[in-house]
Every structure is written in C-alpha cells, then in structure tokens.
Design a binder for this molecule. Structure first.
Ligand code: NAD
Length: 398
C-alpha cells in the first residue's frame, strides 16, 4: 500500500523513526511523538531525548505510564523468549475472492485472531473488495496492527499464504461434488493468474472453494507448487461443527471435545468414533452417552452446510475461523495436527487423491500425514471416500 503524502513528510522529518507519527497537539518541542499509542519516552524515545519518560508522558497527557511500561516489557520479553514471535508477524496473506462471504469472513477472523502482517483482498468485484478492506482498516486500531489492501492479482505478489475462496456456492439440495463443472474452469484461471506473480519459494496455497478436495488435487497437479505446500481446508470445518455440536449436547466446553471427521469434505465424510474423547474421556463412557443420539449429531453435522446455505446463503464465520486456524499454524510453525486435505501417498493404502487425514501443519505446509488406527467400518468408509473422489476426478480428466 502506498504511504500517504503526510506519512512520507513525517517520515522525512523524523529520520530513523519509522512507524512514528506526530500528533496534532503541540508540546514545548512542537509535537507529541507516538508509536503504537505510547508517546515517545513511553515505549520509544525521540533521538536525543532523555530516558526519563514521566515528564513526556505527563506532557502528552493521554498515556498511562504503567500501561506503557507493561506493554514495553511484554513486547521485549516476548521477542527475547520467542524469536519467531517477531518473524511470524511478517506474514502476508492474500485472499482470492476476498469480497465474497467466505473471503471477507476469513479476513475478519485473521484480523481478530491472526498473526498476518498484511492481508490482501483480491476479487473481480474490486469496489466490493475495497469496501471490505476499508471496513477492516477502520478496526485495526482496536484489533491488531495490520495492513489491508485490495485489488487485482498484482496484490498477490510476495504472499506467504494464498487462500483461494473464489467460487460459486452450491444450492442447499446439491452435493458439493455437483459444483465441479461450474468451479473447475474458474479455479484453473485463478491458478494461471497466481502463476504470473512473484512469490516466496516457500509460499503455500490454501484451497477453500468447493469441491475442495477436487480443487486441491487440481492445484497439486497443475500449480507447480510441491504437494506439501498445497492444502485444502478439507474436513476441518466438518470436524469443528461436529465438536461444537457434541460439546453443546454433553454440556461441556466445545474446545475440549476431540472428535475427528476424515475423508471427503462432502457426502462420504467419515466420523471417527473409535478415538472420540472429551478431554481424554472416551465419548462412549461419558455420562449421558447414547449411541443413537451421537449418531444423530453426526447426521446434523453432515447436513449443516446445506442448512446454513438454506438459512443465510452460505457459511462464513466458521469457515473464516478455519482459515485463520490453518494460517496461524503455518505462521507460527505450531505443528498442529489438523484434518485437512492433501495429496495422499499411501497411508491406509490410499494414493493419488486429495482427502483429509490428520496432518501436521507448520511453516513447511503439510509437514507429515498421520496414519491412525481405525475401526474396520471407519477404514472401509475412508476407502469409500477415496473411491468417490477418485471417480469424480477421473470424470473431470476424461
Ligand atoms: N471448504 C469449505 O469448508 C467451504 C465452506 C464454505 C464455502 N465454501 C466455498 O467457498 C466458495 C465461496 O463461497 P462464498 O460464499 O464466499 O461465495 P461468494 O459468492 O460470496 O464469494 C465468491 C467471490 O469470488 C469472487 N470471484 C469470482 N471469480 C473470481 C476470480 N476469477 N478472481 C477473484 N475473485 C473472483 C466473486 O466476485 C465473489 O466475491 C464456494 O465455492 C463455497 O462452496 C467452502
């Protein structure tokens, strides 16, 4: 984003003080210098200014010296203890389809819980994208210091993560795989545009548009990105829905429910009952467990995408959080184990198809796939999911 003329003038007037700005209220030096809301001397000093900050803060008359000290201490101890703290805040994320429901909700989730330094909203609806970016910029002072931009594909240059949300939505009564014919050509044109811009060698593609497993496989085959750096959000949203519903049902913290859905993000998705727990307590031995009831919860999970479409047009907040969750795992190199879609290379005997299994996510992308022990019916259902997706992909190539 271009700096405004005013910022450029201030920068020229204050060499070595990048990030500082001068407030309109003059003090005896002609102005109160401020960075991150803390007047000079609170967190940073002006060149040549004595360390004693109390006077400067009092002159500024608007900063709490205790708060200023606390923020300074927190930041310096964070950067000393966690060198990656500073590094990961340098991440640039582009969202293709950023003016749409999923894209704009993902940007908002990244504003609230993300570590990205810069978020670029790329969309053919340029005015809408500009409006979304402006709205997000308005909230930056209340959330995080981030840069929001919007525009065409030139905005993607230099992105560490490119999130692809552009695509048509399905109708409530339609399976996700029915979107194949409508979204594949659009998806290929987006990959071609991304191929034209300059990106860091470790950039990662995060696919969200549906049918997500099929589009992820197309990206692996056609984008030129290595397979570990192409990730589809896969069944992470289904897993989130499942855990949230189970938590509500048992009256416990949703965040403590550990239950996976694997395979296709679609009709053949597979609930993994055999390892489901509530913070380590097997689901089946949790007070109040009734098999029929939890199976009904899975059915509701499976249908809840269609339900949201029928009620409000499409999912937004939850998939936005899913995007932020994966981006955070990449940015922070946290090695979180997430059910996301990647090209399978032999686990469970499944090859050459993209679907979700537990996957270690870090700065390298999908760093490892985890083969877990499944009950025989779960294993069979996972094989079925692979078969369904392979057949769809074969029809596409035919
Ligand atoms: N993977 C998941 O869990 C999940 C969840 C919800 C939605 N989705 C999918 O995400 C996709 C988007 O859904 P939505 O509700 O945001 O739709 P939407 O119509 O609100 O947004 C799509 C956006 O893409 C933009 N767009 C279209 N062509 C483009 C191009 N060539 N370049 C850049 N932008 C372009 C449109 O202008 C629009 O702003 C759909 O395919 C939907 O099925 C996936």
């Amino acid at each position: 984003m271009m700096e405004s003329a005013a910022v450029q003038r201030l920068r020229a007037a204050s060499p070595g003080m990048a990030g500082f700005r001068q407030l309109p209220t003059p003090n005896k030096d002609g102005g109160v210098w401020q960075a991150n809301g803390i007047p000079a001397g609170g967190w940073h000093r002006r060149p040549g200014q004595p360390r004693g900050e109390t006077e400067t803060l009092a002159q500024a008359g608007e900063a709490d010296p205790v708060r200023a000290r606390a923020r300074r201490c927190l930041r310096s101890s964070l950067s000393a203890a966690f060198p990656w703290y500073i590094e990961r805040t340098q991440m640039k994320v582009s969202i293709i389809g950023g003016a749409g429901r999923v894209g704009s909700n993902a940007a908002y989730a990244l504003q609230l819980v993300g570590w990205a330094r810069e978020i670029a909203l790329v969309d053919v609806m340029t005015e809408q994208a500009e409006g979304e970016a402006l709205d997000l910029r308005h909230g930056a002072s209340l959330a995080n210091s981030q840069v929001f931009t919007s525009g065409g594909y030139d905005q993607v240059a230099g992105s560490d993560v490119i999130v692809i949300t552009a695509g048509l939505r399905r109708k409530p009564d339609e399976p996700r795989l029915a979107l194949v014919n409508r979204n594949v050509a659009l998806f290929r044109s987006i990959l071609a545009e991304i191929g034209k811009v300059s990106l860091p060698s470790n950039a990662i593609l995060l696919i969200v548009a549906n049918p997500v497993d099929i589009l992820t496989q197309i990206a692996v085959k056609e984008s030129g990105f290595p397979r570990e750096r192409v990730i589809g959000t896969g069944t992470l949203l289904d897993t989130a829905r499942f855990r949230s519903f189970l938590g509500e049902h048992f009256g416990v913290a949703q965040t403590q429910v550990d239950a996976l859905i694997l395979g296709e993000h679609g009709d053949s998705m597979v609930p993994i009952w055999s390892s489901a727990t509530i913070n380590g307590v097997p689901l089946a031995s949790f007070p109040g467990y009734q098999e029929q009831e939890v199976r009904a919860i899975f059915d509701a999970t499976k249908k809840s995408g269609a339900r949201v479409i029928a009620l409000k047009g499409g999912a937004g907040y939850s998939i936005g959080l899913v995007v932020a969750h994966v981006v955070n795992a990449i940015a922070g190199d946290t090695k979180q184990v997430l059910p996301v879609s990647t090209l399978q290379t032999g686990l469970h005997g499944i090859n050459d198809v993209c679907l979700s299994v537990p996957t270690v996510i870090g700065r390298g992308g999908a760093e490892a796939l985890v083969e877990m022990q499944l009950a025989p019916e779960e294993e069979e259902a996972l094989q079925n999911s692979a078969r369904v997706l392979k057949e769809t992909f074969a029809q596409l190539s035919a």
